[in-house]
Design a protein around this ligand. Structure first.
Ligand SMILES: Nc1ncnc2c1ncn2[C@@H]1O[C@H](COP(=O)(O)OP(=O)(O)OP(=O)(O)O)[C@@H](O)[C@H]1O
Ligand SMILES: [Mg+2]
Length: 263
């Protein structure tokens, strides 16, 4: 198929390099805000529908972080518990966690302060898939950020999840956590123009000389995907295959509709 479309690589995959990502307005804003949050040791909430590009924005932040100034950890476990959190952080930063939770918590506290005050680096902890978190884990966020009688925080905490997370935090007994959020951003879908540019961009990355997708096809992709990058990727990949199997060098609307029907 790559030969057929004269492509130098596979387009529309999750393996796309950071440098090759498409800069949509929402992606740009998300990464800029994450960077700011990291620099200023903020508590940041990043939300967005599935496939919108949240983890991708985090990936891009990680690449930008100067290793001489930051120590970074990414946790992605929908069943994360406070106990697991402290263990993971300690282990990943090279400390053997104590068996008792209260002791592990103390270890965590001194580790974070040590990195910040003595190593002079900012710990950046990202927890992804947070919309699955249990109540105790959400409650714990408060203690994860509480240092020196709650007068400071030596770390940047970025909590990532689907939009429902925003509402989860809006309930009365989690208000103390909600109030502590210093930066929030909701990643949104690509506009119609951006969807068009996104598809074009993906094709430029693999250096194909063809336009491949017709105007009508792009319109259909946008309508069906609502500008969600993962959905666009799926539609584009499948319709490319469909066109290839039929010996068509152009992906028209009919290919898109066939794929949509199969999905
Ligand atoms: N700016 C972009 N340029 C190119 N591809 C992108 C961009 N943003 C997202 N994608 C692609 O879209 C796919 C989905 O993105 P990502 O995994 O970041 O979504 P997510 O919001 O974390 O979704 P989930 O809630 O399911 O975890 C990825 O495979 C990624 O390659
Ligand atoms: Mg994700």
């Amino acid at each position: 198929m790559l030969d057929f479309f004269e492509m130098k690589g596979v387009p529309f995959t999750r393996e796309i390099l950071i440098e090759q990502l498409y800069s949509s307005s929402s992606y740009n804003e998300a990464t800029a805000r994450l960077e700011y949050a990291a620099e200023n040791r903020q508590f940041c909430l990043l939300t967005g529908e599935a496939g919108m590009g949240k983890s991708t924005a985090v990936r891009s932040l990680v690449q930008k972080l100067d290793r001489t100034k930051y120590r970074y950890l990414y946790l992605c476990d929908s069943e994360l518990t406070p106990k697991l959190f402290y263990r993971e952080v300690l282990q990943n930063f090279g400390i053997h966690p104590a068996f008792r939770s209260t002791e592990a918590k103390r270890q965590y506290q001194s580790l974070m302060l040590d990195i910040y005050e003595n190593e002079r680096k900012t710990p950046v902890i990202v927890i992804d898939e947070a919309h699955h978190f249990s109540e105790p884990m959400l409650q714990e966020l408060r203690f994860i950020l509480n240092f020196k009688e709650d007068s400071m925080s030596p770390l940047t905490l970025i909590v990532v999840g689907q939009p429902s997370l925003r509402n989860q935090l809006k309930v009365k007994h989690l208000e103390a956590i909600d109030q502590r959020i210093q930066m929030r951003y909701q990643v949104t879908g690509l506009t119609e123009q951006e969807t068009k540019a996104y598809i074009k961009h993906q094709l430029i990355v693999v250096e194909t000389p063809y336009e491949i997708f017709s105007e009508e096809a792009i319109q259909a992709i946008h309508n069906f995907s609502q500008g969600i990058p993962r959905k666009i990727n799926t539609l584009c990949s499948q319709s490319l295959l469909d066109a290839f199997l039929q010996g068509n060098k152009v992906v028209g609307e009919s290919h898109i509709h066939r794929v949509i029907n199969e999905l």
